[in-house]
Design a protein. Sequence first.
Length: 338
Amino acid sequence: MDSSSPRSRRIAPVVAMAAAVALTLAGCSSSSGGKKSEESADGASAGKASTPQMTVALVTHQSPGDTFWDIVRKGAEAAAAKDNVKLVYSADPSAGGQANLVQNAIDQKVDGIAITLAKPDALKDVVSKAKAAKIPVVGLNSGVSDWQKLGLMEFFGQDETVAGEALGKRLNEAGAKKAVCVIQEQGNIGLTQRCDGVKKTFTGSTEVLYVNGTDMPSVKSTITAKLNQDKAIDYVVTLGAPFALTATQSVSESGSKAKVATFDLNKSLTSAISKGTVEFAVDQQPYLQGYLAIDSLWLYKNNGNYMGGGEQPVLTGPAFVDKSNVDAVAAFAAKGTR
């Protein structure tokens, strides 16, 4: 996160990635195959990996149309190109569907698997099968409370409870009295933890509002109806950038004076922060999550490395983006990497 933001308005990520920075190789190569670099020193490649190509499956709980995952994929693809990795991406928002995709990766005898754990119990058995097949598995984005229980090797993301608590404190600083926390996918443990974290530290009242995140017109009408029903709501907290942008429309249509805050970023969201239609966002750096997940599997295969020592997660957030630092972030968001 931009170091120019006020210290009191940031939650500094605890990042255990020194080994990755020191050992990964700079530059780019095609994911369809790399070639040896022309120059080397002490046996180390200069530019891009000359190691044999490996295949890694990235399996997430992405819902159709959720642009957050485009950023995760860009990070994963960047690491794959550098490391001579063939990246196989698949996604299913249903827990059973995601488990089937992981099983497909096992059947294909991939060299590594990176998964999200939005619904960890549903993936427990298939993760055990991957381990039995001696396929290393790392987690990203969702599952900071469960990755060790399931026996994953590493985890890259933010502690969603901590992120929620940070946002709740920010609402206190803003003088908010009543917030509605909008959850777009029931049963997603990470989203629940965010709202629970807000409720824990926010001294005002908090209410959860469930919406169907795959139907944006329905999201807008549900939030609008809630704001029409309860004029005391002074903050709408959403859990993803597209939902924040929709919430601003609901605020306008309902004539509410509520402000909007959110988790996560995209290009349009940074613009909304600049214009003041969204107050702030909590950034978990999804590009970094995708990049580190793939890079970690390359490091493990080629140098036996464990980021976080297999004991601690590598935290990529949370940190706040608001008017004080959005300009520094917007340039990267415009490229689709923040």
